[in-house]
Ligand binder design. Sequence first.
Ligand code: TRP
Length: 334
Amino acid sequence: MEKSMRKTVVSGIRSTGKLHLGNYFGALRNFVKMQHDQQCYFFIADYHSLTTHPDPKALHGNVRQILAEYLAAGIDPEAATIYVQSDVPQVAELSLLLSMHAYIGELERTASFKDKVRKNPENVNAGLLTYPVLMAADILLHRADFVPVGKDQEQHLELTRRFARRFNTIYGVEYFPESVPYNFGQDLVKIPGLDGSGKMGKSEGNGIYLSDPDDVIRKKVMRAVTDAGPQEPNSPISEPIANIFTIMNAVSEQSTIDFFKEKYATCEIRYGDLKKQLAEDLIKTITPIRERIEAIAADDAYLHKVTREGAERARESADKTLREVREIMGIHHF
Ligand code: TRP
């Protein structure tokens, strides 16, 4: 796409480590597709993860892991700007400036904040309260048009738009855009878990990870919930079995899927065979990615280069925004 027609896309990835199949077929593959058509900024939100006071060593390991996983999955640092949030401390300044127009009441009413307070009443720190302000700063730092995020982030995006509008109104400028969530529509593949119902998720504890070795994948698949089997020809497919087929749709050949659907329809299906096939097809998809993850995670020089160049490009865009915001707010003294 012509450079001038490109939209700016920003998405932050929490550095909590380990991507699963749902992340891969849901978000990640679409990031890879859009990186060539839009001006994309993908960053690892390590400042955000500090709200839960991670062990410093663990934090560093997680940032490295997630970076390696994104690169292994096909994010191209030449096409997209990939960086670590804390390498661009300008975001902290923008967050401070935006916080002057963010009201305690609206921050306290945010669902994610209330949730955290309920779950960890002993750690209600100020960073937790201003989490949405920092997130707005991430997005507005590059004046993003689109923000590809899951449903759970929509309230944060609403706040981002509210802060942007408020800023524009107070200073009488049309400066910040209204950044809208980007959902991939038809391209969004939802990967279910193998525990009978619901989606695959980290918190659901049912993830098959891109870093899982072959035998772990086999074990996880063999444990998948099934049912008593079709009792009569052409019976409808129950949810646990439909979930297995949904995952097959993402990783298996059409002829394989047709074969097992036919066996199901004629009541000849053996779930053991179905699972074995799924495990092998998953392994075929995941093994090359896992090998790339391991190679990249061990390549310090490459990780340094990627993050240094990414930070440079991100800082350029950040500097421009801060220069303009300071000007608008009257912070340009001598
Ligand atoms: N809050 C997001 C999450 O939990 C991560 C995030 C931080 C983010 N800053 C962002 C997402 C900016 C999109 C844009 O997943």
